[in-house]
Design a protein. Structure first.
Length: 456
């Protein structure tokens, strides 16, 4: 209690400025306000006036949602919680004077600065990459540009396998635009997914009438003579006519604002376990942050919605209660490959050797599968992939943290099931695959209750 009182006495009424109003920045602002009623909290963004769900951008394009539907909070929320919003771009930061220069408004002074500037789509210097009709999909402005660029589009090309690439392909197909999908790996997302899972997605993409071209790289984007794209040339030498090219070869931390300043950067803004930079009173969270010493099993740069939220919560606690290091636990992510849901827990590498054993089960229909990788000596599960089934995060988070054996996980699998009522259950089939693969006679335990595994 003494540490908390001392912290509050030293920070009463402090000016906290957050650059970026994505999930990391907004979560941090909300959690600071919960614990500090006196702080002057300002969020700055030139992208959008209000926080919106970035993962829902595709559904606006597809007509499932409007922009207003993607705003998690009503317009009155910000004033009620005394969170000041500035709709503008920051053009310069004076770290010595603790001053921000804005594009349209007067300079702003801060006591604590939190950088949550997000990501920017990668480009690799392809000829023609700056032509009209060539773009990525990250920001609200990208979505608006895509609306214009795909008007009357007769054919599109998407470059790069991964989550953004498959979203772009799905968006375009929703408007009946033919899509050619160039993926440089032997299978979709082959640098992340094991072969069986990647091939499952390959088949599913093709079933949705998307022209998937594996082991194809982009060589050149062609100009129609007016500064607009007319086609691409692939690494195979083939020319593909198109009027839109979606670039989805990953994203990089958006650090343009702080390049060539006293702030230390590498790929991202370098931070310690508490998200502190090398400059006093300056922090970085979300996609733009790069951890100097990432926790075991985690990457130095984490660019997902879930991690952005955890970054914001952790930093807010450190700034208002007591300093706590970032300790996120096992990796988790979820996504959709067209209409197949995907979840991953812990670490499932694309390939492995004798250091791991693997159980893989696939439904005869070819659209549902389950994989668990585990230590061959202790049998402790270290990672899980699930396609076409919903599993409880808390179940696998605990199982991996506590080092549950593969057999314990499988016996309790029914309690991990989060599928809607009347969906098929696959636990017995998964256990049968384990018995066949490893010569065991494992049987499922009887389910005692919805969350009975928490009492074990």
């Amino acid at each position: 209690m003494r540490d908390k009182a001392a912290l509050k006495s030293n920070t009463e009424g402090r000016r906290i400025v957050i650059i970026g109003n994505g999930i990391a920045g907004v979560t941090c602002a909300r959690h600071i306000r919960k614990r500090d009623s006196a702080a002057q909290i300002t969020l700055i963004s030139g992208e959008s006036e209000h926080f919106f769900s970035r993962t829902a951008l595709m559904y606006i394009y597809m007509g499932h949602l409007t922009y207003g539907h993607t705003k998690p909070y009503e317009t009155w929320f910000w004033e009620k919680n005394r969170l000041r919003l500035i709709y503008d771009w920051v053009t310069h930061i004076d770290f010595e004077q603790k001053t921000l220069q804005l594009q349209k408004q007067p300079p702003l002074i801060y006591d604590t600065l939190i950088l949550a500037t997000g990501s920017t789509p990668n480009k690799y210097g392809w000829p023609g990459q700056d032509l009209k009709g060539v773009q990525g999909l990250y920001s609200l402005q990208d979505l608006e540009e895509m609306e214009v660029n795909t008007r009357n589009c007769q054919r599109a090309v998407v470059v790069g396998g991964g989550l953004i690439g498959i979203e772009l392909a799905e968006m375009l197909r929703s408007r009946h635009i033919p899509v050619t999908f160039l993926v440089r790996e032997e299978n979709f997302w082959g640098n992340v997914l094991p072969v069986q899972e990647a091939q499952l997605v390959n088949r599913h993409v093709l079933e949705h009438h998307i022209d998937l071209r594996l082991i194809h790289e982009l060589e050149e984007i062609q100009d129609d003579g007016t500064g607009r794209v007319k086609g691409v040339v692939a690494s195979t030498g083939e020319q593909i006519d198109c009027s839109f090219v979606g670039i989805s070869v990953g994203v990089s931390p958006n650090i343009a604002l702080v390049k060539d300043t006293a702030l230390e950067t590498n790929r991202g803004i370098l931070v310690d376990d508490y998200f502190a930079t090398n400059l006093p009173g300056v922090y970085a969270i979300g996609d733009c942050a790069e951890l100097r010493t990432p926790p075991t099993g985690r990457r130095s740069i984490e660019q997902t919605w879930y991690t952005g939220r955890m970054h914001g919560e952790t930093l807010a606690y450190s700034l208002t209660e007591k300093r706590v290091p970032y300790r996120p636990g096992p990796w988790f992510n979820s996504a959709k490959f067209l209409d197949i849901e995907f979840q991953t827990y812990g670490v499932v590498p694309a390939a492995w050797g004798e250091e791991l054993q693997s159980l893989y089960w696939e439904h005869p229909g070819g659209k549902i599968c389950f994989r668990a990788v585990f230590n061959p000596d202790t049998k402790a599960v270290t990672g899980v992939n699930a396609f076409g089934m919903r599993l409880r995060h808390n179940f696998f988070d605990r199982a991996i943290k506590e080092g549950w054996s593969i057999e314990k996980v499988l016996q309790l699998m029914e309690e991990a099931d989060f599928n809607p009522e009347f969906y098929d259950r696959h636990h017995s089939a998964i256990i049968g695959a384990y018995n066949a693969q490893f010569g065991t006679s494992l049987q499922p335990r009887k389910k005692k209750g919805l969350f009975s595994f928490f009492s074990r």
